[in-house]
Design a protein around this ligand. Structure first.
Ligand code: C5P
Length: 233
């Protein structure tokens, strides 16, 4: 049970256009503190969009999942230094050296930013992992990548809520665990494979849960947000 820490809700703002995104975050201001901007919105609207969300009073999780040679990732992090973002993702599978370069760049250019390493995407199941020639179980792969990245200077990991138990017992308690793949009981799973309800993820110790389509596609997003918040409080 997660008795000591609170779980916070992050809205994955994956919208087809900016006006829809602004409309939804304006309507959720009373209840929501965190917004995740991912590849869809960042590639369409760039840094100005990040600044606009920030100016609406939200904490911003920029989910770029950087994965390249160490120098390129470090330079990309340097290039984000004019944004007061709160969380940023890199891929743990870029390796220890890439994580170290990322952490060093962060320390030098944006010390308040917390870096998260994506372990195994929540859309990947065991068969798909094996197709990549990785014969380990998902759990072992997740834990190994989580240890490698957090020992290389990142502040936490992104993983499926199914791995919360093993991650909590494997990582230092100061490390953040952020879990997408969250589905309230009445919502569609979509292509997500390793899913859990908000309530269960909170009980198992998630620091943050990330929820997109169950809120964005809800006929009443505010009501859905309130229900999720209630279930994790
Ligand atoms: O709509 P849904 O709730 O499935 O959105 C989940 C969000 O979390 C998406 O923005 C996706 O890019 C992100 N994500 C994920 N699995 C990861 C890392 C990030 O689903 N391992």
């Amino acid at each position: 049970m997660n008795q000591s820490k609170e779980t916070e809700l992050i809205l994955a703002l994956d919208c087809e256009d900016k006006s829809k995104a602004i409309e939804i975050i304006s309507s959720l201001k009373q209840d929501l503190k965190w917004v995740k901007i991912g590849l869809q919105m960042f590639t369409a609207y760039g840094k100005d969009f990040v600044k606009e969300i920030k100016s609406n009073g939200y904490n911003v999780f920029l989910d770029l999942k950087l994965h390249d040679i160490p120098n390129t990732v470090a330079k990309a992090i340097d290039s984000l230094s004019d944004l007061s973002i709160d969380l940023l993702t890199i891929h743990a599978s870029g390796g220890a050296e890439m994580c170290e370069y990322a952490a060093r760049a962060r320390n030098e250019t944006n010390p308040n930013l917390r870096l998260l390493a994506v372990t195994v995407l929540t859309s990947i199941n065991q068969a798909q992992l094996n197709q990549l020639n990785i014969k380990e179980s998902i759990q072992k792969q997740v834990v190994d990548l989580a240890k490698l990245s957090t020992q290389s200077g990142v502040d936490g990991v992104v993983s499926s809520p199914l791995e919360l138990g093993i991650l909590r017992s494997s990582l230092d308690s100061s490390k953040l665990i952020v879990t997408p793949g969250i589905r309230p009981l009445d919502s569609e799973q979509n292509e997500q494979k390793r899913v859990m309800t908000p309530e269960e993820a909170s009980e198992k110790g998630a620091d943050f849960i990330v929820v997109g389509r169950p809120i964005l596609n809800s006929p009443e997003p505010t009501k859905t947000v309130k229900q999720i918040l209630q279930s994790i409080s």
